[in-house]
Design a protein around this ligand. Structure first.
Ligand code: ATP
Length: 316
């Protein structure tokens, strides 16, 4: 049976700003999303049944129809019923390396990989923007995960404006394995605490969203200036997550005292990343954090920013 194996990178947020609430009840966001080399491997294989099956090596990731990779395949089957009937079902195998429920878009990147894999398997020839449109039906981060790299994301995160990519900036990523933050909880709590300051009229929302393009972090990205980028990191959700999760604050503080260029929580957390001067510094920081927090529950990764979204590793 034909199959494609895809590399599905995680993302971090260099910027996450909450502007208001949309009529569809989602939050209106301005983000800068960045792919990193830490990736899952997804294989999408044709099957001679009409079924969609998911297998994953991670105990906390569901293997049923609640897996977002399953939902991606189901969406393709619904959108392209005659092709589905012709080619049959798919077996999806996820080799999970990205920490789960970590604010790293682990599920979203799996969904993006399944869209890309089925497009290849069924020879649909979809364009990047068609794949992104399908992705937006599955989750706000899915469209970005298709092409990856560096991008400004507005709306609920699905409207993308690519930026020149940042390759080879090293980061250390930290997450307590047993700690998970619910994304809906983080946004709901933010709204309860800071909803009064939300922008209400469409003009102000549009103006604020547009301001990012000429703002300091985008300038730093255009200059490929890691030091400046690291100083301009921003995440509104830290305002609700840090007070509630002292371990996340501890990671922020431990990174800061290890002399990194800058540190920030990614997405709704609880993973925290630190931008480093070099690979060598990243390795040293990792050791230092391990010494300061000798907790086996703490996962640490040295990785780097990448310009890649979903990539084909092999096809059979
Ligand atoms: P995002 O940054 O897109 O909000 P996240 O990194 O915070 O995502 P995920 O790793 O996507 O979070 O996991 C969120 C939840 O989704 C988990 O509780 C997990 O059980 C469920 N889930 C469903 N499908 C997947 C998948 N393919 N990979 C990871 N988690 C999945």
């Amino acid at each position: 049976m034909r199959s494609y194996t895809l590399i599905a990178p995680a993302k971090i947020n260099l910027h996450l700003e909450i502007l208001g609430v949309r009529p569809d009840a989602y939050h209106e966001l301005v983000m800068i999303l960045q792919s990193i080399n830490l990736s899952d491997e997804i294989s999408v294989q044709a099957s001679d049944t009409q079924a969609i099956r998911v297998r994953c090596n991670h105990p906390e990731v569901p293997a049923d129809n609640s897996n977002i990779a399953y939902k991606a395949a189901e969406l393709m089957a619904t959108e392209f019923p005659s092709t589905f009937a012709k080619y049959g079902g798919v077996n999806i195998t996820i080799n999970k390396r990205i920490p789960v429920a970590a604010g790293l878009a682990g599920g979203s990147t799996n969904a993006a990989a399944v869209l890309v894999g089925i497009d290849l398997l069924w020879k649909l020839g979809l364009t990047q923007s068609e794949l992104e449109e399908l992705g937006a039906q599955l989750g706000s981060d899915v469209p970005f995960c298709v092409a990856g790299g560096t991008a400004i994301a507005t709306g609920r995160g699905e409207q993308l404006s690519p930026l020149p990519s940042l390759d080879n900036i090293y980061i250390v990523l930290a997450k307590f394995r047993s700690l998970a933050v619910s994304t809906p909880w983080a946004y709901k709590t933010y709204r309860q605490q800071f909803g009064d300051s939300y922008l209400k009229d469409t003009d102000s929302l549009t103006t604020r969203a547009a301001a990012i393009h000429s703002g300091p972090i985008v300038k730093a990205i255009l200059n490929q200036d890691a030091t400046e980028i690291a100083q301009k990191l921003h995440n509104d959700l830290e305002r609700v997550v840090l007070p509630e999760y002292p371990q996340v604050l501890q990671l922020r503080e431990t990174f800061a005292s290890a002399g990194v260029l800058g540190t920030m929580m990614s997405g709704s957390g609880p993973s925290v990343f630190a931008i480093c001067e070099s690979q060598q510094q990243a390795e040293e920081v990792k050791l230092r954090v391990r010494e300061t927090i000798p907790d086996e529950d703490l996962e640490l990764f040295v990785t780097r920013m990448t310009s890649h979204g979903i990539q084909i590793a092999s096809s059979v």
